[in-house]
Design a protein around this ligand. Structure first.
Ligand SMILES: Nc1ncnc2c1ncn2[C@@H]1O[C@H](COP(=O)(O)OP(=O)(O)OP(=O)(O)O)[C@@H](O)[C@H]1O
Ligand SMILES: CC(=O)N[C@H]1[C@@H]2OC[C@@H](O2)[C@@H](O)[C@@H]1O[C@H](C)C(=O)O
Length: 397
């Protein structure tokens, strides 16, 4: 037998596996690296987050990714080169983190690498009847496995599409295993570049779980902070707080059919781009707005579409605990607006559940890898949420 297979079987049978989860999302802010100790699987999964770091993407890395990111027309050479180049960088950053944490590579069982989404194209976006849902993540797992010497699982989203989903959101699998609590209806709200939430019923019935993207989280705020203020993002909403919401632009921004599509629906910066906002400005005669007013309106746009999606699933008079994660949780204006619109709900952070909000998505990919080794595929019984395990295997040798 191939000795890697033997090793894999040994890992799957260990009482505790040490898995590094990696996430680099749509914000292109950096690579989240989470070293997790995981036991059990499915609803018996237990995780300890041993170490976590975000390795910020250097400016040149952001620039190289942006040449292809969410673009319809790109250089194929650039895409081809990025795939191993970024994988080698990710592998090096993992090794740097391990050194910093004083952990030997041999002590890590598995790497779970999300890769970098470069294009997300579900049918509701491309609207080409002859083509399926599609999504593309680069950062090839073979390069990570060879450079780190650690067995790597990667490219988690393709099987989700093959089995009838849109390739996202995948958060529900880990959210369900890790954060479900008997007796408490929970909402796990992640506000990254794109915002999404998972509903976890207090009776733990998998059939009651659902998940969806809600629309933009920070993606438009980042794009306009860059364009208008040459800033990477609107830190602590300092720009947006100086502006006034323009209701005509807000209405135009909310008019896309995405906001009427049924759950689970997914999206990305392919739709929510500077061009999207500029078209809405043209339609609403608001091209004259100050950059501050644009930032204020875009922050309200994110807050409103997040709360509208939540309201559409919340039952009147019932209590729900909301646990917030992702970079948007640090934006005081965004979280303040959500609190204002959902006054009956208490907003907590996932930190209170033992997983830092900034680490959550990376931890969720470690859980997905753990499920691929030890789980059976959770049956949520809904279209778009298939009962599968995910991730492709790369052996170091
Ligand atoms: N102090 C802060 N004030 C305002 N915004 C912040 C702050 N800290 C982080 N952010 C926002 O959070 C973003 C990063 O969020 P996160 O890392 O969750 O995104 P991501 O994982 O790339 O996105 P996705 O989940 O869509 O893939 C930054 O680009 C910025 O917009
Ligand atoms: C295609 C893609 O990379 N989608 C991301 C993105 O970032 C947030 C939102 O859009 C979510 O649907 C997804 O990531 C999380 C981790 C998910 O799959 O649950």
């Amino acid at each position: 037998m191939n000795r890697n297979l033997e090793r894999l079987i040994t890992i799957a049978q260990k009482p505790v596996r040490r898995i590094i989860g990696l996430m680099s999302g749509t914000s292109l802010d950096g690579l989240d690296v989470a070293l997790c100790a995981i036991s059990g699987s499915g609803m018996d999964t237990r995780v300890t987050l041993e170490h976590f770091d975000t390795v910020p993407y250097p400016l040149n890395v952001k620039d190289e990714i942006r040449k292809v990111f969410a673009k319809d027309t790109i250089s194929f050479q650039q895409l081809c080169l990025l795939n191993p180049w970024l994988a080698n960088l990710h592998a090096q950053w993992i090794l740097d983190c391990l050194q910093k944490w004083n952990v030997a590579a041999e002590e890590v069982d598995i790497i779970a690498s999300h890769g970098q989404t470069v294009y997300h194209s579900p049918k509701i976006l491309h609207r080409l009847p002859d083509f399926p849902n599609a999504t593309l993540q680069i950062v090839d797992g073979d390069h990570i496995a060879v450079k780190t010497g650690i067995i790597t699982l990667s490219d988690f989203r393709q099987k989700h599409i093959a089995a009838g989903g849109e390739g996202a959101p995948l958060a529900l699998y880990g959210d369900y295993c890790l954060f479900s609590k008997r007796g408490e209806d929970r909402i796990m709200l992640n506000m990254g570049g794109i915002a999404n939430f998972t509903f976890l019923p207090g009776d733990l019935d998998a059939a009651g779980v659902f998940v969806t993207d809600t629309g933009p989280g920070n993606t438009l705020l980042d794009a306009f902070a860059r364009e208008c203020f040459q800033a990477e993002y609107d830190k602590d909403a300092l720009f947006a707080k100086q502006g006034t919401v323009n209701e005509s632009l807000l209405t135009a921004l909310k008019s896309d059919p995405f906001f009427k599509a049924s759950f689970p629906r997914t999206t990305g910066p392919e739709l929510f781009s500077k061009a999207y906002v500029k078209a809405a400005q043209e339609r609403s005669n608001t091209t004259h707005l100050s950059p501050y007013d644009i930032m204020a309106t875009l922050t309200r746009f994110s807050a409103d579409t997040i709360t509208d999606a939540l309201k559409s699933v919340l039952q009147e008079g019932k209590y729900y605990a909301v646990y917030v994660s992702g970079g948007g949780a640090h934006n005081p204006l965004l979280t303040g607006l959500i609190r204002e619109r959902l006054p009956r709900l208490q907003l907590h952070t996932t930190d209170e559940l033992g997983i830092a909000g900034d680490a959550k998505e990376a931890v969720l990919f470690a859980i997905l890898a753990n499920e691929a080794l030890c789980g059976e595929g959770i049956d949520f019984g809904k279209p778009g949420m298939p009962a599968i395990t995910m991730g492709k295997l790369s052996f170091p040798a």
